[in-house]
Design a protein around this ligand. Structure first.
Ligand code: FE2
Length: 242
């Protein structure tokens, strides 16, 4: 089973309402690329975050099947609610938790530091896991790796920084953490450019990655096409953003 664990359904943080057609194209892109599921790590501070999550997971906006823990599209692709949080120090953390927990998070960029984000999630009393997103990307670093590793559960290997892959793997090895593959796609082109490959059946609840992360396995996967998809997506995105 392949999951892309870092995706965006909004073209940027200013898009207020989700676009039915672009989401349908993302689903088609998954089918073409052999991606079985997406974690929708939309920016929590995006103005359209709540609209997107409610449209998908509550109002059945794209006419699929709502499951207790995820949304199943009619084409068999599973969508998991998530969020990307920009911390006080500028680094980005993927939060995977039940929808109601995600909606309760503060939507101000930089509101949390990592200990307060973690504490907030623990207080909610539900399952969750945290992923360090593109942690070596300029201006997104978390320099205190020992502190970072105290609170997170996995290191993302990002499609957009595949040339530095060794840094991400070494960090995961140093702290005995899992690696996940994420595309950080904002368009259908980049979907799956880096992805997470697991044996586990999706029927493991509440999230198929929870048990995989516990095993601390290296789960990222990419191909020589990954960098090209990132660059093509960037070009396409710049052509449609006003
Ligand atoms: Fe992102």
């Amino acid at each position: 089973m392949r999951l892309d664990t870092h995706t965006h359904f909004l073209i940027d943080k200013k898009q207020e309402q989700p676009c039915y057609k672009s989401i349908k194209n993302i689903i088609k892109s998954c089918i073409i690329s052999g991606i079985d599921g997406l974690c929708i790590t939309e920016h929590r501070e995006a103005v359209g975050y709540k609209n997107l999550m409610i449209s998908l997971f509550k109002n059945n906006f794209i006419e699929g099947n709502n499951h207790e823990y995820y949304f199943l599209t009619t084409e068999g692709v599973k969508l998991f609610p998530a969020a990307e949080i920009q911390l006080e120090n500028g680094s980005n953390i993927g939060v995977h938790a039940p929808l109601e927990v995600l909606l309760n998070l503060n939507n101000i960029s930089g509101f949390y530091n990592l200990p307060t984000l973690h504490e907030t999630l623990v207080r909610e009393g539900k399952w969750f896991f945290l992923v360090a997103h593109h942690i070596f990307w300029p201006n997104k670093t978390y320099d205190n790796h020992h502190e970072l590793a105290q609170y997170i559960h996995a290191i993302e290997v990002p499609a957009k920084d595949i040339r530095n892959i060794e840094k991400y793997i070494n960090l995961a090895n140093q702290f005995d953490l899992s690696t996940l593959g994420g595309s950080d796609s904002h368009t259908f082109i980049q979907i799956g450019a880096c992805n997470t490959c697991i044996e586990e059946s999706v029927e493991s609840y509440p999230h198929p990655l929870l048990s995989e992360i516990e095993k601390k396995n290296k789960l990222h996967s990419y191909t020589p096409q990954s960098e090209i998809l990132v660059e093509l997506s960037k070009l396409y995105r710049s052509s449609i953003i006003q």
